[in-house]
Design a protein around this ligand. Structure first.
Ligand SMILES: [Zn+2]
Length: 147
């Protein structure tokens, strides 16, 4: 059983990576993922949806409720937002496609390592801080809960 799961959004333009904390939920709990392009037609205010900067994670609440006891919450009280914030079904990184952008950015910095190790260490440190600030400024759900 895999703890993370890649899912293409409804319009097929983007891929998210979802993490299942404590192995309680799995891909059966994920109904749909919408990127900012395809989330425009999604109704707000449903308790099976998590909104995050235009992205939407839609859970299959039927599947989620069957595991509610394992998450130590009653089936009536469980919402998609709660599941996301508790980390039972959430993005692998701070953002849905963090796994892609992180690798791309990191490989850029790693080029420096070949010429100057000290500068590379510094660049990595600054990159980490810059990323964190950027995520908070952009208003990602996971960045906000850490701040
Ligand atoms: Zn899409």
């Amino acid at each position: 059983m895999c703890q993370s799961y890649r899912k293409t959004c409804l319009c097929g333009r983007q891929t998210s990576e979802i993490f299942f904390g404590k192995y309680i939920l799995d891909e059966k709990a994920i109904a749909e993922v919408y990127c900012p392009e395809c989330s425009r037609d999604v109704d707000r205010g449903e308790n099976n949806l998590v909104w995050d900067n235009g992205w939407v994670l839609e859970l299959d609440m039927q599947a989620v409720r069957t595991r509610a006891a394992m998450m130590e919450i009653s089936p009536e009280d469980v919402t998609a937002q709660w599941v996301f914030d508790e980390g039972y079904a959430t993005w692998v990184g701070i953002t849905p496609d963090d796994f892609q952008t992180r690798e791309r950015e990191r490989s850029e910095i790693q080029k420096i390592a070949k010429t100057d190790l000290k500068e590379y260490m510094q660049a990595m440190k600054e990159w980490g801080l810059r990323r964190e600030k950027r995520f908070v400024a952009e208003g990602w759900r996971k960045a906000k809960s850490r701040a």
